[in-house]
Design a protein around this ligand. Structure first.
Ligand code: HEC
Length: 125
């Protein structure tokens, strides 16, 4: 009886840890809750910029609080994607002004999603 329950406990411990390991290895996007598959300009990039950047960088705000930098349209955004400043600033890399200004960093997930959009060609999709 004693040995049986011990075995049962052992089996469930082994089962549980294997199960968890596999979930994370097989489905990293699912287990972290970060969707980097369905990433597009209109569904992902524009809403992030809208929420965290456009109060300073919209076409109308840029000359006031945004240092003249506009991120309110696709054409504007790809300019800063192409010169490396978009990623440099959100990843707080040396040589770039850290963004969002005065607001910490974007979440890892949002940075990975922006990375993914660029990796897929920074398209107006
Ligand atoms: C509170 C206002 C404010 C917010 C919010 C803000 N910015 Fe800025 N941003 C500025 C100002 C002002 C400058 C220009 C002066 C400077 O570099 O500090 C700037 C500069 C930049 C630059 C040029 C950086 C460089 O090194 O030349 C980029 C790119 C940029 N912002 C992107 C963003 C992005 C992306 C977000 C949102 C994640 C964001 N900003 C949020 C105010 C802001």
């Amino acid at each position: 009886m004693k040995i049986n329950s011990l075995l049962l406990v052992l089996i469930s411990v082994v089962f549980c840890s294997c199960y968890n390991d596999n979930m994370e290895e097989l489905y990293p996007e699912l287990s972290s809750g970060c969707d980097t598959t369905n990433v597009t300009y209109s569904l992902t990039v524009a809403p992030i910029l809208n929420n965290y950047c456009l109060n300073c960088h919209s076409t109308s705000a840029a000359n006031g609080s945004g240092g003249g930098i506009k991120l309110g349209s696709f054409t504007d955004v790809v300019t800063y994607e192409a010169n490396g400043k978009l990623l440099g600033s959100i990843k707080h890399l040396g040589g770039y002004s850290p963004m969002p200004k005065g607001g910490g960093t974007l979440s890892d997930c949002k940075i990975r999603q922006l990375d993914k959009w660029i990796e897929k060609g920074a398209k107006n999709d």
